[in-house]
Write a protein that binds this ligand. Structure first.
Ligand SMILES: Nc1nc2c(ncn2[C@@H]2O[C@H](COP(=O)(O)OP(=O)(O)O)[C@@H](O)[C@H]2O)c(=O)[nH]1
Ligand SMILES: [Mg+2]
Length: 227
């Protein structure tokens, strides 16, 4: 006899549990007045690099920011993000390919999130698993680097469908890898019509102003930054 129905049932229960917890996290974030933004992408698309720039910039502008960062192993990304001088915590997931609401809740236990304006959550690099797990965030960013190719939205539609905003990263490398920008834009719109799309290079800073202005427009918590 197949065990498939039982497996499906267990998986559905896990996801339901996560949804319930994410809902209570979202309520807690709202009550604390903290705007929560998560970042998802494949490994190496540039989440940590852009996040370090964002944290540095927002801190400089007087916004109280912090970050949680998920990886299977190492504290490397937390060390990189700490250079911004914002409070940062690493979540190491072992073999788990995504963050879940419980991991987020656990790592915030002794954190006074009321003291924050904005919390960023960098998910484990993966274009599949994170799409099923709500983390209670207000805004989910999906990053796609030009070196991955313009077809990724078509191959991984679910992650684009669960995100609110797409960010094309490493634009400074676009010409070198003959990235077809029009095709990429069309592919994003095909899987998610109307999805806002930003084209940035965290390395050169190109496109960062526009992107940060968009973020600031999404929350009064970030308005301090843009007056
Ligand atoms: N040329 C270029 N390289 C970048 C850019 N952003 C990130 N990288 C590089 O891409 C690699 C992976 O970046 P990282 O931020 O660690 O990606 P993550 O795994 O998504 O967190 C690193 O070597 C970065 O230096 C960018 O805008 N331009
Ligand atoms: Mg990273």
């Amino acid at each position: 006899m197949s065990t498939q129905p039982r497996l499906v049932e267990v998986r559905q229960n896990v996801l339901k549990q996560n949804d319930l917890l994410a809902r209570s996290l979202r309520a807690r974030f709202q009550e604390a007045g903290v705007f929560v933004v998560s970042l998802v992408s494949s490994p190496g698309a540039g989440k940590t690099t852009i996040l370090e720039k964002m944290l540095t910039r927002l801190q400089y502008e007087g916004v109280r920011v912090a970050a949680l960062v998920g990886d299977l192993a190492t504290e490397n990304d937390a060390a990189r993000l700490s250079r911004s001088e914002a409070p940062v915590r690493q979540i190491t997931t072992g073999t788990v390919c995504h963050l879940d609401a419980e991991m987020v809740q656990r790592s915030l236990v002794d954190w006074e999130i009321e003291q924050l304006d904005c919390l960023f959550i960098e998910n484990v690099g993966n274009l599949v698993c994170p799409s099923s797990y709500d983390l209670g965030e207000d805004l989910r960013l999906v990053l796609l680097s030009v070196t991955e190719g313009e077809d990724k939205p078509l191959k991984y539609p679910t992650i684009f469908n669960t995100a609110d905003v797409a960010v094309l990263t490493k634009m400074d490398l676009a010409a070198a890898v003959e990235f077809d920008l029009d095709q990429a834009r069309a592919n994003v719109q095909r899987v998610r019509p109307g999805m806002p799309l930003f084209e940035v290079s965290a390395k050169t800073g190109a496109g960062m102003d526009e992107f940060m202005t968009f973020l600031a427009a999404r929350s009064t918590k970030l308005l301090i930054a843009h007056g």
